[in-house]
Design a protein around this ligand. Structure first.
Ligand code: PMP
Length: 361
C-alpha cells in the first residue's frame, strides 16, 4: 500500500506510534481481558489514566497550579455557549475579536447570552489577508472578558503574539494550535480546544481555566457546562468520553517522548517553512495570507488556474496525499499539518506539488 499522509483539518492525523500501541492493547488493556472502552470511568485503572493525562498535559504546557484542567464533551462549539454563561456574571457584554470564521462563530453563539462587542481585526497588506496586531485592538472597559481565536483553521490566519492586557480575562480558542508550541498559560483566563486536531480523537474538549473564574455561572447554565461542577467532580460529573481521553493521554506521553512543545515548535516551523516556500517560489500556487499571520498548522493555497483543482485533488489522492480540499468558504486547497504530520509527509506533498506544476503549468 502507498504510504498515506492525511492532511485533514480535523478529525486529523494521530501519531502512528500511538495508534499502533492502542491497537496492540485494544482487546486486553492492562491485562484486564477487556478494552479500556468497556470499564468504568470510576475504576482505579481509568482514574489512573485520568490522573496521568492531567499530569502530562500540565507538564507539557507548564500549566500553573491555580488553573484547573477540565476534560469535557461537546467540542469547541459547546464552549462558545459555556464561556459567556460561566463568565458574564452581572456584565452584559464581552469583547469578541473577530478575525475569521471560527471567531465569528463564537460571536454568533455569544449573541444568545449577551451583546458582544465585536472588534473586527481583519485587514489587508497589499493583496494579502492580515490581522491587526494586539496593540491595535480597541477593547472596551465594561467587558466581562476578551475572546479571540489564535489560529483560524479555515482561513489559515494565525495570531502568534501572547496577550498582555493587564487584568483583563483573556479567553482563547486554541482548537487548532494547542500543543503546537509553548504558550504562557498564565496570560489567559481560559484556554480551550476540541481534541480532534492536535490532541486526539473527536469527543473530548480541553478547558484550562483559572480558579478565580469558577463559581460565577448563571443559574440556568446546564450543569454539564458549569466549570465549577466539572472541577468539583474531576471532570466526571457524568460519564466522560473515556476512549478519547485515554488516547489523548497516550498522545501527551508521545509528545513528552518527542521532546515536548519546544521540539514540536521546531518541527512545525520546519514543516510550515517548506510548504510556504514551495508555494511562494511558484506562480502556479499562491497563499493569500500576509507573512505575520500565516498559520503553521493550516496552510490554505490556491492553484492559479482553478480549473485544475479537481485534477490536483485526484492525483494527490493517487499519490497517497489525502484530504487536501480546502474548506468550502475559502475554496482551493488546504494542508493541515498538525504535530502528528511528519516532515516526510510535507516533503511528499511539496514534491508532488512541484511535479504537478511541471506537468500542468
Ligand atoms: N474553533 C476552531 C478554531 C475550529 O477549528 C473548530 C473546528 N474546526 C471549532 C472551533 C469547532 O469545533 P467543534 O467541532 O469541536 O465544536
Amino acid at each position: 500500500m502507498t504510504q498515506v499522509y492525511n492532511f485533514s483539518s480535523g478529525p486529523a492525523m494521530i501519531p502512528a506510534e500511538v495508534l499502533r500501541r492502542a491497537e496492540q492493547e485494544l482487546c486486553n488493556w492492562h491485562g484486564l481481558g477487556t478494552s479500556v472502552m468497556e470499564i468504568s470511568h470510576r475504576s482505579k485503572e481509568f482514574i489512573q489514566v485520568a490522573e496521568e493525562s492531567e499530569k502530562d498535559i500540565r507538564d507539557l504546557m507548564n500549566i500553573p497550579s491555580n488553573y484547573k484542567v477540565l476534560f469535557c464533551h461537546g467540542g469547541a462549539r459547546a464552549q462558545f455557549a459555556a464561556i459567556p454563561m460561566n463568565l458574564l456574571g452581572d456584565k452584559a457584554t464581552a469583547d469578541y475579536i473577530d478575525g475569521g470564521y471560527w471567531a465569528h462563530s463564537a460571536v454568533k453563539e455569544a449573541q444568545k447570552y449577551c451583546t458582544p462587542n465585536v472588534i473586527d481585526i481583519t485587514t489587508t497588506q497589499g493583496d494579502k489577508r492580515a490581522l491587526l496586531p494586539m496593540s491595535q485592538w480597541t477593547l472596551s472597559k465594561d467587558a466581562a472578558y476578551v475572546h479571540y481565536c489564535p489560529n483560524e483553521t479555515i482561513d489559515g490566519l494565525a495570531i502568534d503574539e501572547m496577550p498582555d492586557f493587564g487584568d483583563k480575562v483573556i479567553v482563547a480558542d486554541y482548537s487548532s494550535t494547542i500543543l503546537s508550541r509553548p504558550i504562557d498559560v498564565s496570560r489567559f483566563g481560559i484556554v480551550y480546544a476540541g481534541a480532534q486536531k492536535n490532541i486526539g480523537p473527536a469527543g473530548l474538549t480541553l478547558v484550562i481555566v483559572r480558579d478565580d473564574l469558577l463559581g460565577k455561572a448563571r443559574k440556568e447554565l446546564p450543569s454539564i457546562l458549569d466549570y465549577k461542577v466539572l472541577a468539583d467532580n474531576d471532570s466526571m460529573f457524568n460519564t466522560p468520553p473515556t476512549f478519547a481521553w485515554y488516547l489523548s493521554g497516550m498522545v501527551f506521553k508521545w509528545l513528552k517522548e518527542q521532546g515536548g512543545l519546544q521540539e514540536m515548535e521546531k518541527r512545525n516551523q520546519a514543516k510550515a517553512e517548506l510548504l510556504y516556500h514551495t508555494i511562494d517560489s511558484s506562480n502556479f500556487y499562491r497563499n493569500q495570507v500576509a507573512d505575520a499571520n500565516r498559520s503553521r498548522m493550516n496552510v490554505p493555497f490556491q492553484l492559479a488556474d482553478s480549473a485544475l483543482d479537481a485534477l490536483f485533488l485526484k492525483e494527490s489522492v493517487d499519490a497517497g496525499l489525502h484530504a487536501l480540499k480546502g474548506h468550502r468558504v475559502v475554496g482551493g486547497m488546504r494542508a493541515s499539518i498538525y504535530n502528528a504530520m511528519p516532515l516526510a509527509g510535507v516533503q511528499a506533498l511539496t514534491s508532488f506539488m512541484t511535479d504537478f506544476e511541471k506537468r500542468h503549468a
